[in-house]
Design a protein around this ligand. Structure first.
Ligand code: IMP
Ligand code: MG
Length: 183
C-alpha cells in the first residue's frame, strides 16, 4: 500500500522526516542540558496535535520526565470564534513542578498564550514552552523557549497536524493544497 508519491492533497513537503527527527534530537539535547539539575520534568502534551512530537521528544530526553496531557478546543477543531477552552485537564496539580508545555503549532499565539497564563497561575516551579512549528515569525506574546521550525503562512499537515482529522500520521510536515482547505 505504501508508495513514494505524496498524497494528492499535498502541495509540497516543507519539513522532511529526517529533518524533523534530527531537530527533535537537538531540542531533546537542549532540554536535557537545561534541566540537568532537576528531579524530573513535567511534560504536558496538548492534544491532539502534539502526541507524535511529544512521544519522540520524551524518548530522547535523558532527565526523568512525567507525561501528562491537556485537550483544548480552538478554531481549528471546534468553533471559528478564536475562543480557547480546556476540554480535558491535567491529572495532577503542577505546584512546584518544572513544567514544559508541548504544542504542535503556534499561529496567532492565542492558544499558547492561554495555556501559558493558565498554567502559570497554578504555581509551577518553572514553566517553558516547546513548539514544533511556528507560522509567520511574527511577534507572539509568550516566550517560545524551544522551537522546531518556522514555516510560511500555509495550512500544514502531518507529524500530528491535521486538516479535518486527516493526514495526522504522515511522517513529514507538508503544505496542504489550497484547493483542499479554501473551498
Ligand atoms: P493559534 O491559537 O492561532 O496559535 O493556533 C494554534 C492552533 O491552531 C494549533 O494548536 C493547531 O491546533 C491549529 N493550527 C493552526 N495552524 C494549523 C495548521 O497549519 N495545521 C494544523 N493545525 C493548525
Ligand atoms: Mg494545537
Amino acid at each position: 500500500m505504501q508508495n513514494n508519491q505524496p498524497h494528492p492533497d499535498i502541495a509540497r513537503i516543507l519539513v522532511p522526516e529526517d529533518t524533523i527527527q534530527a531537530h527533535v534530537k537537538v531540542l531533546a539535547h537542549q532540554i536535557s542540558r537545561d534541566y540537568a539539575d532537576v528531579d524530573s520534568i513535567y511534560m504536558i502534551g496538548v492534544l491532539r496535535g502534539s502526541f507524535m512530537f511529544l512521544a519522540d521528544l520524551v524518548r530522547q530526553i535523558n532527565v526523568p520526565t512525567v507525561v501528562d496531557f491537556m485537550a483544548i478546543s480552538s478554531y481549528s477543531d471546534a468553533s471559528e470564534s478564536g475562543e480557547v477552552r480546556i476540554v480535558m485537564d491535567l491529572h495532577e496539580p503542577i505546584v512546584n513542578k518544572h513544567v514544559i508545555v508541548v504544542e504542535d503549532i503556534v499561529d496567532s499565539g492565542q492558544t499558547m498564550s492561554y495555556l501559558y497564563h493558565t498554567l502559570k497561575g497554578r504555581g509551577p516551579a518553572s514553566l517553558r514552552t516547546c513548539t514544533l512549528v511556528q507560522k509567520h515569525q511574527e511577534y507572539v506574546s509568550v516566550p517560545l523557549d524551544y522551537l522546531g521550525f518556522n514555516i510560511p503562512d500555509v495550512w500544514v499537515v502531518g507529524y500530528g497536524l491535521h486538516y479535518e482529522g486527516r493526514h495526522r500520521t504522515l511522517p513529514y510536515i507538508a503544505e496542504l493544497k489550497e484547493t483542499v482547505y479554501k473551498k
